[in-house]
Design a protein around this ligand. Structure first.
Ligand code: PAF
Length: 288
């Protein structure tokens, strides 16, 4: 495994590998890696000849400077974990490698319709930052496959939209959510939960599971209302609990008109913001 810190160094190596006919699987991350990320790495190892993982805490996607400052930076530990999971290449660039001083061309992509709800209004500018950095990383790495987690449902939907609209050759592969034993979705933020709050965090998974089990019993409005009631326990504060169409992320009123339905939530657990989701219905053939 090799760590590259510059675009030129990485691209020289990737050009060589591509000339040898190797396929490239790419996992973009912001570090603080856990088993959820490793499942992306394992999928990349299975699907592609070479697995590239980027570690870059992208400043343009944070709306709060304090969140950016608090974001854990654990390169050495991350590198050791990636090595033991057979990652081939780490790309850990500085900010100026990603955002050169003379600027980058704007990504001409309209995502307005995909950021109307859920994370969009709660995190202004966040997805524009994600699109900007993923577009830049893809232009540097030029991978055959891009691996992203289902946990960030809105994120992977927006990136899928970008790949399609900009006709990029990379294929998106979405990997399922990896959970702790009690159901809490793995996240780099979980380490910031206090032990007392952590013990109660299975509530999100339990609520989503309840919702799935009762999809045919209640209306969407009632399901959302009951889910919000379940989540309104101290120390939790729910930002949203939405049941939406999994393709366009629009609110739905009737399950029979939709093939692909997902429940998404964001909850403050003390000072830590957790997001989670669950696919409630999927009778489509081409999307998980
Ligand atoms: O999901 C993340 O960790 C980030 O949003 C990503 C995709 C690496 C872009 O910075």
């Amino acid at each position: 495994m090799h760590i590259y810190k510059t675009v030129r160094g990485l691209q020289n190596r990737l050009d060589q590998l591509k000339k040898e006919g190797k396929t490239i699987g790419f996992v973009p991350t912001m570090g603080a890696l856990h088993q959820g990320h490793m499942s992306l790495v394992n999928s990349a190892n299975e699907k592609a000849d070479i697995t590239v993982v980027s570690i870059f805490v992208n400043p343009t996607q944070f709306n709060e400077k304090s969140d950016l400052d608090k974001y854990p930076r654990t390169l050495e530990k991350d590198a050791a974990l990636l090595k033991s999971n057979h990652c081939d290449i780490i790309f850990a660039p500085s900010e100026t490698q990603i955002y050169p001083k003379d600027g980058l061309p704007k990504v001409g992509l309209d995502i307005t319709h995909l950021i109307q709800s859920m994370e969009g209004p709660n995190r202004p500018g966040h997805f524009e930052g994600v699109v900007q950095v993923v577009h830049r990383l893809l232009s540097i790495v030029g991978p055959d496959y891009l691996f992203m987690g289902q946990k960030d449902f809105q994120q992977f939907t927006i990136i899928g939209h970008m790949l399609k609209k900009l006709k990029l050759k990379t294929k998106l592969i979405v990997c399922e959510i990896i959970r702790e034993k009690d159901g809490l979705a793995m996240s780099s933020r979980n380490v910031r939960l206090t032990p007392a709050i952590r013990k109660k965090c299975s509530l999100l998974y339990e609520t989503l599971t309840w919702c799935k089990a009762n999809l045919n019993k209640y209306s969407i409005k009632t399901l959302e209302k009951k889910a919000l009631e379940k989540l309104s326990q101290k120390p939790f504060k729910t930002e949203y609990y939405k049941i939406v169409d999994g393709y366009d992320l629009m609110p739905i009123s009737d399950i029979s008109n939709h093939k692909y339905i997902v429940a998404c939530t964001a909850v403050w657990a003390g000072k830590v913001r957790l997001i989670d989701n669950m696919i409630l219905k999927n009778v489509s053939s081409n999307k998980k």
